[in-house]
Unconditional design. Structure first.
Ligand code: URA
Length: 246
């Protein structure tokens, strides 16, 4: 394979723009065969040279997977003209330009969001066909009536405003008083505002919403809102198993 400039290789690889890549070189975060390289016009052979960014080998790892505790006030998108996005937290991460959020949480919803470079993984986790469970902790207005809960588990609910029949879902009541109730609600679909719409239909509108689980993976309690970590091999394996990916 032909030799290429290091700055071109790194930006083509998705590490960042040419400008960002030059910053990383200047910051001595790039090594070639374990030697720091600062010169953007240094030439490498991508097939035989080992290029690392902050000690991470760039040529081997195919995809990246992060668990993020989304804070309120950020929209789930890669870019927005006026609002801060969840990707603002990932600016210094390798390949940040290739990363995107899996599904979406509303601006005022907190909690578990996966951020990845893996398109098929994201597609299956959000596609209704795979029925991946999403569990939320919610504070809702008023005292929730418990007599309908078994019916929702079997039949879901009809959302009159949307003329839409939901899939079955499960509500567990954690506490209730006359002015508000705390619940866990588990749904198997990612329709826009689904939890808020369900709770509106039931008559207990959502006051606070936080996603705590997606399929087999729970939000790591050690992550404060705005913090993230890489998913472990075990978490990736379990998630891929749930959506029948190798
Ligand atoms: N359902 C909602 O209503 N909002 C979310 O952010 C996620 C699920």
């Amino acid at each position: 394979m032909k030799k290429v400039r290091i700055d071109k290789f790194l930006s083509n690889f998705g590490l960042g723009s040419r400008k960002e890549v030059r910053k990383y070189l200047k910051q001595e975060r790039i090594t070639v065969n374990d030697e720091v390289v600062k010169n953007p016009s240094f030439h490498i052979n991508p097939e035989t040279d080992t290029v690392k960014f902050d000690d991470e080998i760039l040529s081997y790892k195919e995809d990246f997977y992060y668990m993020f505790n989304k804070p309120q006030g950020y929209i789930t998108a890669t870019k927005d003209a006026s609002m801060p996005t969840v990707m603002d937290f990932f600016q210094d991460v390798p390949f940040h330009s290739k990363l995107f959020p899996v599904g979406r949480l509303d601006i005022d919803t907190e909690g578990l969001l996966f951020i990845t470079t893996d398109g098929q993984f994201a597609h299956r986790l959000t596609h209704p066909k795979w029925e991946v469970e999403k569990e939320y902790y919610a504070v809702v207005k008023g005292s929730i009536k418990e007599e309908n809960l078994d019916r929702f588990k079997e039949k879901g609910i009809y959302l009159k405003k949307d003329k839409y029949q939901t899939k079955p879902f499960e509500i567990k009541v954690l506490s209730k008083s006359s002015d508000k109730s705390e619940i866990n609600i588990t749904v198997k679909e990612g329709k826009y505002h689904i939890v808020k719409k369900i709770m509106e239909e039931i008559g207990n509108p959502v006051l606070y919403l936080k996603r705590v689980r997606i399929g087999p993976v729970k939000l790591d309690e050690r992550l404060s809102p705005g913090e993230f970590r890489e998913l472990t091999e075990e978490e990736i394996r379990k998630l891929k198993q749930a959506i029948k990916l190798p």
